[in-house]
Design a protein around this ligand. Structure first.
Ligand SMILES: Nc1ncnc2c1ncn2[C@@H]1O[C@H](COP(=O)(O)OP(=O)(O)OP(=O)(O)O)[C@@H](O)[C@H]1O
Length: 234
């Protein structure tokens, strides 16, 4: 099977820094797998995620995403191209950043579709369906700022999937949650994988990593381990 995402020689040297945050990393992500990215603080996890997802452009190396219309060299796209690719092809579950406190739950999800040209009424209907599927029926019209952390992460998971994105990126999705709520949020992310999506998740949490198909470990900008589980744990 050809990879959904393929990085070669991926290198990032931040301006003003003498050492690379990421150093010639090769990584293939297969469709339908869940990949946890682990490593000590400062090892390059978020940098890798941001390069794979076209949030950052690498200093050197390539990132190739297989899309329905063919392979795309993410590294070679300009800012507008990467922004469009993220909007149309990728889903993000970050601790903060994409969701707006002053919008309601349903508006936060619908806006992802509206940015891709879907009319408001259709976008709202689809957003409501996703929120209901993720256990937020009845909370659609509540402002995001008035939701709990776990509820807000459910909104983020709805938003990440409503556009039909096949590849989801999550950065510490359970980091700010108590363990029970964290488990529920992880259950929902892994359910997306069961339904055919692909997940790359940066985490410090060994429990999260233990439930992913594969664990990639970074140290000082290098991949030092890449372990695949042979059997899924229910
Ligand atoms: N915008 C930036 N400018 C300069 N250096 C940066 C920037 N972002 C990250 N770095 C540096 O790059 C290295 C990798 O950082 P990164 O955030 O990718 O690590 P991480 O493994 O995600 O860490 P954490 O677990 O603490 O979030 C670190 O040395 C960090 O200080």
């Amino acid at each position: 099977m050809s990879p959904l995402l393929s990085a070669r020689g991926l290198t990032m040297v931040y301006p003003g820094s003498a050492t690379p945050a990421l150093d010639a990393v090769d990584l293939d992500v297969q469709p339908g797998e869940s990949v946890a990215v682990m490593g000590a603080s400062g090892s390059g996890k978020t940098t890798l995620l941001h390069l794979l997802a076209g949030i950052l452009r690498p200093t050197a190396g390539t990132v190739t995403l297989t899309t329905p219309s063919g392979p795309v060299g993410v590294h070679a796209l300009d800012d507008a191209g990467r922004s469009r690719l993220r909007r149309e092809q990728l889903g993000f579950v970050f601790q903060q950043g994409l969701l707006l406190d002053e919008l309601t739950a349903v508006e936060n999800v619908a806006v992802a579709l509206m940015l891709n040209g879907v009319p408001r009424a259709a976008a709202t209907a689809q957003a409501q369906d996703w929120l209901a599927a993720l256990g937020l029926a009845g909370l659609e019209d509540r402002r995001l700022g008035a939701l709990s952390g776990g509820q807000a992460q459910r909104v983020a998971i709805a938003r990440a999937q409503v556009t039909g994105a096949r590849l989801l990126f999550a950065d510490e999705p359970t980091g700010a949650l108590d363990s029970r709520t964290g488990t529920e949020v992880l259950d929902l992310l892994l359910a997306a994988v069961t339904q055919g999506r692909t997940l790359v998740v940066v985490t410090h949490d060994a429990d999260v990593a233990a439930r992913c198909d594969r664990v990639v470990t970074l140290r000082d900008g290098h991949i030092v381990a890449d372990a695949r589980r042979t059997q899924a744990v229910a």
